[in-house]
Design a protein. Sequence first.
Length: 151
Amino acid sequence: MDRVPTSALILGLAGLIPFAWGALTLAAPGLADWGVRALGPRFIGPYVQLSYGIVILSFMSGVLWGFATRATGTVAATTGYALSVIPALWAFFMVGGGPVTAAMNLIFGFVGLLLLDWTFWRQGLAPDWWMRLRLILTAGVVAALGYTALA
């Protein structure tokens, strides 16, 4: 695997901030109180993680759709398009039922997304460095959501 471009790595890591922030505000009540005053209750604890997680799974569906456009042949392209919508549909149908259930379902969604990333990467539709970046980011997301699910 090639080196991850610096800009992609920095922006990807920055995308972990809402997940980490949500876990931190669960772990530190004082930080949560400050967050409510400064940002509002939507932007602390599981609320920020779950809403942002839905957005990111949907965004990643779009990324996979873009990879599917590189597939050659009708069957490969159709399969790619069909696979690409799974993360968004998962987020839409499976994230609900309280913070613990929603966090667990997001974890499953991000692990499933990693499998889809690998599938597109293996077919040569994603950049060579893609899996290196996705492994780092998925580990961060799963760790933060895991804290919420177990808290």
